[in-house]
Design a protein around this ligand. Sequence first.
Ligand code: ZN
Ligand code: ZN
Length: 329
Amino acid sequence: MTTLDTKRGAIAAAAPEPDEETGQFAAPEGEPHVHMGWVERWVNLAFVIVPAVLVAFAIASLWGVGVGWLHVVLMLGMGSATILGVSVGYHRLFAHRAFKTTASVRVALAIIGAMAAEGTVRRFVANHRRHHSHSDRDGDPHSPHTHEEHGVRGAVKGFWHAHIGWFTDKYREHPSEEKYAPEFCVPSGVKMVDESNGLWVMVGLIIPTVISGLWYQSWFAAGLGLLWGGVVRIFLVHHITWSVNSVCHLWGSRPFKSGDHARNNFIMGFIGMGEGWHNNHHAFPNSSRCGLKWWQFDAGWCVIWTLKKLGLAWDVRVPHEKRLAAAAQ
Ligand SMILES: [Zn+2]
Ligand SMILES: [Zn+2]
């Protein structure tokens, strides 16, 4: 049991406690599951297929229509912001409790993360805690290593499952949110954001549409803002996030003993805002910092460091030298 202090008062929730030393969450007894309904499965499939089709349309439109500098800025700016919302908010703060912050910052991170169109905090947290407690073993929701086939066919199947298949498969079951992420199932600001998740996805589409329309004073430009700052941006953010699950459990270095196949992938480290230093992360899951060397760029850590300097983050966890040395291989 833990007690969470929020602006709405102290709320008692049977939240799982991570191991103080390792930061790992143990799986709840019985490993409860909930079957995914067909509506959710088709919504998930739509979020894979529709952006991909519209990206093809956007690329085709480069011949003739082209793309304005503002659209590139909107795509990169909103892309970076929403990846950080997921990385700093959904992942490091909500799933791992790697630092503490104010109720307003928690809500702001939940809103920015929701604009990435990757679902609710409580669903993310439940899947992610289960991923860590079963990493690359039976029960891991999105490991590329838990299929039975070998060779090229097995590798392709594993990659597909870890990247997309795990949330579009017909017989998919979710880890129970009440058991794996109970602190997000009781009233709080973050739960209110979760309950209006679709609204925030829409806001994330409307922002680039309005900015582009007003800047260029045309409806056509508004449409291009929606396309590049909204849909193409969501497509890129999705595949970067999903690559942490697929690419970062397949290719890269393993400087630390993490007990699984998690790897540090240089490219994903940069474009994933620090999430691609995934072997570091699996070795020290409750660390606020994923890029542990000076050259391992970690934009998420830059955000947390800045929040700390502003007095908006505290109890910021980073592994001690002793733990780093003990886990090195
Ligand atoms: Zn992982
Ligand atoms: Zn994690």
